[in-house]
Write a protein of this length. Structure first.
Length: 336
């Protein structure tokens, strides 16, 4: 089942974006390509004249630190009509954003640096492996102009009652695409949204029913967000034990100075009776120590039955089903 979002049109309809910003839905047939000789000349001329620009900011060969899925798409350029033909095919291995263990994904398409004009696929309900097979036309782009653009594909999880969650994004500098090829089909790894990246935390949980002892160990963090002018942070761990919404007890670690990849090996123990284990939660916050100003939060997670994400909830559930065992898991830190 699909839920229409901004552009709800029949399957045979495609979406067109012209360079002057005019958006229209229409039934299209494929147009004939330009000559191979003209294509090659145009591409060569572009690369010979190319200078550093916004495009260079997005040339990134690094692998994402967190797996948030992959997206498949194809691109073709019609040299006669100066039109980019983009087909969004499918995605796979998307993370679950809903409590049901699935997501409702759709793709938002922009040609940077233009952020004003956005195109969107339909929403696919309750799936981590959506298939869209939708076509977009970007008209009126001479090859030199097109290859100074960056294609931005951003996958979201639709939420009827609150703001849609970002699943992941990918930037494709079009100067890297050989448009003399008839059909360029790609699988690209999605990256977590840059501004939401706070870093990751490795934690261990253990519960001993016989002694009512709950043990949390914050082992280490990686790729923390820098909070200081020197591009580093001075991180420490702050842990609150909650029963329901009531804060019970707080514990703090030592500060690790001038690092974005601290090793804490910081263990805390709380007494939690078995009959109350399901109502308790642990708020784990990585703080940046500041000698002059106020200490600032870098990111946090909530571990418990209703954790701050499916990863955190699963970790807690695994701890309960495996008593007296250390259950270790990486989590992505959430913004405050």
């Amino acid at each position: 089942e699909d839920m229409g979002k901004s552009y709800s049109v029949p399957a045979y309809i495609v979406k067109t974006f012209s360079v002057d910003g005019f958006l229209q839905d229409e039934d299209r047939s494929h147009t004939s390509p330009g000559s191979e000789e003209n294509k090659s000349q145009n591409v060569m001329a572009f690369f010979q004249n190319r200078s550093l620009s916004l495009v260079d900011m997005y040339i990134d060969t690094s692998e994402p630190t967190e797996n948030v899925g992959q997206i498949q798409f194809s691109m073709e350029y019609n040299f006669n009509e100066m039109t980019l033909i983009l087909r969004i095919m499918q995605a796979k291995e998307l993370p679950a954003k809903d409590l049901s263990g699935t997501s409702d994904p759709y793709v938002r398409v922009t040609l940077l640096p233009d952020k004003k004009h956005k195109l969107e696929t339909k929403i696919k309900r309750r799936t981590l492996h959506p298939k869209w097979h939708e076509t977009f036309y970007f008209e009126g782009f001479p090859i030199q102009k097109l290859q100074s653009r960056v294609l931005h594909l951003h996958v979201f999880d639709y939420d009827r009652f609150s703001r849609d969650d970002s699943i992941g994004e990918v930037h494709i500098p079009l100067c890297q695409v050989d448009f003399s090829e008839k059909n360029n089909t790609f699988w690209k790894a999605l990256h977590p949204l840059e501004k939401n990246k706070c870093g990751e935390i490795l934690t261990s949980l253990m519960y001993q029913p016989s002694t009512s002892q709950l043990t949390l160990t914050v082992i280490k963090c990686r790729n923390l967000k820098a909070k200081d002018i020197n591009g580093k942070s001075d991180p420490y761990v702050k842990v609150w034990l909650y029963f329901g919404e009531k804060r019970i007890e707080k514990k703090k670690s030592e500060v690790q100075f001038c690092t974005l990849n601290p090793e804490f090996n910081f263990s805390v123990m709380f007494e939690v009776p078995w009959e109350r284990i399901r109502e308790c939660q642990l708020n784990v916050t990585i703080m940046d120590h500041d000698k002059v100003g106020r200490n600032e939060a870098i990111g946090k997670i909530m571990l418990g039955k209703a954790g701050s994400g499916t990863s955190e909830t699963k970790h807690w559930s695994d701890m309960i089903t495996k008593p007296r065992q250390n259950v270790v898991q990486w989590h992505r830190l959430k913004p405050e």
